[in-house]
Design a protein around this ligand. Structure first.
Ligand code: EPU
Length: 339
């Protein structure tokens, strides 16, 4: 197995940032992870697992051993009257997994079409889009604990899933490498078209009884129209989370900005789209020296047109956070993982 020294990570992060890792190794199995962890290079150095690199902002060269996860394979483990039980290697591309499910006729993940990244990162972030979150179809995850090299099994309750978060992103950050994810896909699956944009797209497509494949097509169209393709323009999807705002503050904002969109969460909190806040504050489509900036179609997405450093993008995000506090009294949190 090869461990590269001072390796560029440019091809392994969707922002396309040119930083290096002290050591870089690709792994295709749990045995290979163990070999890497037992190598001399792994002594006294941080281990950073990387999947598709689609939710990280690399602000400096990493004095770490970066483990690139390439564990493959999709398997129908079993089925009963109600569910298909499917597992996937954590290195499988997320969209490849979605397409596999659609091809097999297994419903449940079609709303999550075209999300960049790998299967292993999906529970970490509890990825979500268009009314569906990973936790809705989650069965279990297997993860190797770096300190003991034991493979641990996490059931749904063990994962502490929240909005774009889980135990893997909080308490266990950089302490495990997810190796396998299991999905429980309902055989009586009903397509979820609650998200307005999906309905609008289906009408445009002339479809009124959509299949899972139709939903996937609609989601792909919406995403392609709003979100930049990381293969062409460096980005990591939503850079910030949509903030939860106190009712008292929200009522005050609503009187100042009657058009402010919101989703009621409970009696005390509403979720406000960060994209709206950033756009209304005048940031949408702005660039710094044409090198990086805020995407023109979706203000939640920061983009690297080429030549930006991770620090540049981090500083831009600081400016935005400060401005949103000053204008609306709301503190935006980053969704991406900063290194
Ligand atoms: N909006 C604006 N200006 C913008 C963007 C959005 O005013 O530039 C407002 C609009 O009012 C729109 C509302 O925000 O109605 C919601 O926009 P959108 O449907 O595009 O969703 P979002 O809240 O901006 C979230 C997720 C996306 C996910 C979409 C669809 C987060 C942080 N982002 O974005 O997830 O695809 O909903 O479900 O929750 C990601 O996490 O990387 C991601 C792309």
């Amino acid at each position: 197995m090869q461990i590269k020294l001072d390796a560029s990570l440019k091809a392994y992060n969707t922002f396309g940032l040119n930083v290096t890792a002290k050591y870089l190794a690709k792994v295709h199995s749990t045995d290979e992870i163990k070999q890497i962890l037992n190598s001399p290079e792994a002594k006294d150095i941080a281990i950073i697992p990387l999947g598709g690199g689609s939710n990280v902002l690399l602000t400096k060269n990493l004095d770490a051993l970066v483990v690139l996860n390439k564990i493959e394979g999709i398997t129908l483990e079993k089925e009963d009257d109600e569910y298909y039980y499917v597992t996937a290697g954590s290195g499988v591309g997320w969209h490849e997994f979605v397409l596999h499910c659609i091809h097999k006729g297994w419903g449940g993940v079609e709303n999550l079409s075209l999300i960049p990244g790998s299967v292993g990162a999906a529970p970490m972030q509890n990825i979500g889009a268009y009314g569906v979150e990973l936790k809705d179809v989650f069965w279990f995850a297997e993860a190797m604990e770096l300190s003991t090299q034991l493979t641990l099994k996490f059931k749904k309750d063990d994962c502490h899933f929240g909005y774009r978060t889980s135990i893997f992103k909080t308490r266990l950050k950089n302490q495990t490498i997810i190796t396998k994810v299991g999905f429980k896909l309902n055989k009586e699956h009903k397509v979820n078209t609650n998200y307005g944009a999906i309905n609008d797209e289906l009408v445009r497509m002339g479809i009124n009884d959509p299949s899972i494949s139709d939903i996937s097509q609609a989601v792909i169209k919406i995403r392609q129209s709003k979100l930049p393709d990381p293969a062409k323009i460096g980005n990591s999807g939503s850079f910030f989370k949509n903030p939860l705002v106190d009712m008292v503050l929200f009522e005050e904002l609503k009187s100042r900005y009657p058009e402010i969109p919101s989703y009621q969460v409970d009696d005390e909190k509403v979720k406000v789209p960060a994209g709206w806040l950033i756009e209304s504050a005048g940031w949408k489509g702005t660039t710094v020296g044409n090198r990086y900036g805020v995407h023109e179609n979706q203000a939640l997405v920061l983009v690297n047109y080429g030549g930006a450093t991770g620090e540049d993008i981090y500083e831009l995000s600081e400016l935005i956070i400060d401005d949103i506090i000053a204008k609306y009294g709301i503190h935006l949190e980053r969704e991406v993982n900063i290194y």
